[in-house]
Design a binder for this molecule. Structure first.
Ligand code: ATP
Ligand code: MG
Length: 168
């Protein structure tokens, strides 16, 4: 089962983490992998504080949406992709969240086809949640659920500011 949260509006990562918390309440095994971004958002702090589920990160501080990430970050993200593919073949999870994977695909750091090939080996009860803007067509086509966050309004546009606790 593949679930995708994409689009320009706010709520992709928080939607995925909402699913994670719901699944945790049902004693499912959740794993979160975050690509490109490495700053400590509030939910990451909480997940660590409560020891809810493991988080693996392959990114740097304050990394938003780079047009051309430097080689160090590309290498780090590639390591993360390898780790994710190994995890998929180990099947050691119920819900695997791949935060910002769509951006990794969009930047050409990983191939959606390679990822989909790995996922096809999984039994139906395993769930993969993918977030990030610009989901590739092949992922959308294969996914079982796709929600597009469409921005109608965002305070950031007017204020240029993020809100601690809501955004970070
Ligand atoms: P969130 O993590 O709040 O669910 P998101 O995953 O949909 O947001 P990302 O593209 O990952 O959005 O953006 C990461 C950061 O940018 C978050 O702090 C988020 O709140 C903020 N953000 C999201 N959408 C927008 C937007 N349209 N304009 C400005 N900032 C945004
Ligand atoms: Mg996000």
């Amino acid at each position: 089962m593949i679930l995708v949260f994409t689009g320009e509006g706010k709520g992709k990562t928080t939607a995925a983490l909402g699913c994670a918390i719901r699944a945790k309440g049902r004693d499912k095994k959740v794993i979160l992998i975050q690509f490109l971004k490495g700053s400590n958002t509030g939910e990451v702090l909480l997940i660590h504080k409560l020891n809810l589920f493991p988080i693996y990160r392959f990114g740097t501080e304050n990394f938003f949406y780079p047009k051309s990430p430097d080689q160090k970050i590309v290498d780090l993200v590639k390591k993360g992709i390898k780790f994710a593919l190994e995890l998929i073949s180990s099947r050691e999870f119920d819900i695997l969240i791949l935060d910002e994977l769509n951006i990794v695909f969009h930047l050409g750091i990983a191939e959606p086809e390679e990822f989909l090939k790995a996922v096809e080996t999984l039994p139906k009860e395993k769930h993969i949640i993918i977030t990030g803007r610009d989901a590739p067509e092949s992922i959308i086509e294969r996914a079982d659920l796709v929600t597009e966050m469409r921005e109608i309004k965002h305070y950031f546009t007017a204020t240029g500011k993020t809100i601690n606790g809501l955004d970070i």
